[in-house]
Write a protein that binds this ligand. Structure first.
Ligand code: IPD
Length: 272
């Protein structure tokens, strides 16, 4: 039987270690490569952080599986089984990391039987450590956090992202959504990290966020953190959350989630 307490201690240690790499490198010149398109960026530090985490976990748990952003080739199908699986985004908000905008983080989740047991999102620049364990609540730097109580879209602050694809169909749909939402909500915000956007919902700083086209590694930890903070995590069309669907909607309340899901223009990317 896997000791989840021990896994949690071990992954926290690795995430902190990885965080010091990001903290050290963010304001230094970097070689930047592109992946699926000109705005889908990667640096050697994304790759090094992912290797550090995977090697560290494997040295203790040699039979565990991994779904990692930088060890998955662009467009490659990923497989989620019932085995203990670590879903890792070594630097979520790589664009921010490249520019030196301090909204960037490591996102790691442990799923067992396809159920999230641990979620960690760590912004080492601003020292924001978001953590959650299944059934044990969500925390920022060790203090419990909770979503807002907002139920109405017209009073909501919303996180949106254009994402890292320049597919014209997706851009058109996102611009339609931004246009229709601007007139109906308190405000729109964009932090440039899907994982941190979800944590802002968990924290009660914003009321709802959604995105089309993200990957499992962007949202696996945030999903658990939002739910453990008392929020809801669903598919943007209103159905259940599916970590492989490349679609996410997180909100403080089910009323708000449902109201937004009914008006969004939907986009269905190819699944992970
Ligand atoms: C990206 C960020 C961004 C989101 C993109 C993601 P990455 O992750 O989370 O905010 O809009 O969809 O791909 O590439 O920086 O790990």
């Amino acid at each position: 039987m896997l000791d989840i307490d021990e896994c949690y201690i071990e992954i926290l240690r690795l995430v902190k270690q990885a965080g010091s790499i990001i903290r050290e490198k963010i304001y230094q010149p970097k070689d930047v490569l592109t992946k699926s398109c000109d705005v889908d960026l990667v640096t050697e530090w994304d790759q090094k952080v992912e290797k550090l985490v995977i090697d560290g976990v494997l040295s203790k748990y040699p039979d565990h599986k991994f779904i990692g952003e930088e060890t998955t080739a662009s467009g490659q199908k990923i497989e989620l089984t019932d085995a203990p699986t670590w879903i890792i985004d070594p630097i979520d908000g790589t664009m921010n990391f490249v520019h030196g905008l301090p909204h960037t983080c490591i996102s790691v989740a442990l799923l067992i039987n396809k159920t999230a047991e641990i979620g960690i999102v760590y912004n080492p620049i601003l020292e924001q450590l978001f953590t959650a364990r299944k059934g044990k609540g969500a925390f920022l730097n060790g203090a419990p956090i909770h979503v807002s109580e907002e139920k109405e879209l017209r009073k909501a602050l919303i996180m949106v992202e254009m994402g890292t694809s320049r597919d014209p169909e997706k851009l058109k749909i996102m611009l339609q959504n931004i246009t229709l939402l601007t007139a109906r909500v308190h405000g729109l915000r964009s932090l440039g990290s899907a994982a941190l956007n979800m944590c802002m919902v968990a924290l009660g700083g914003v009321d709802v966020c959604f995105e089309f086209g993200i990957h499992a590694w962007d949202i696996a930890a945030g999903d658990l953190i939002v739910r453990e903070a008392g929020g809801v995590s669903i598919d943007p069309a209103g159905g259940p959350f599916d970590v492989m669907s490349r679609r996410t909607l997180c909100a403080s309340t089910k009323e708000l989630a449902q109201e937004l899901s009914k008006i969004l223009v939907q986009y269905y990317p190819e699944r992970d």
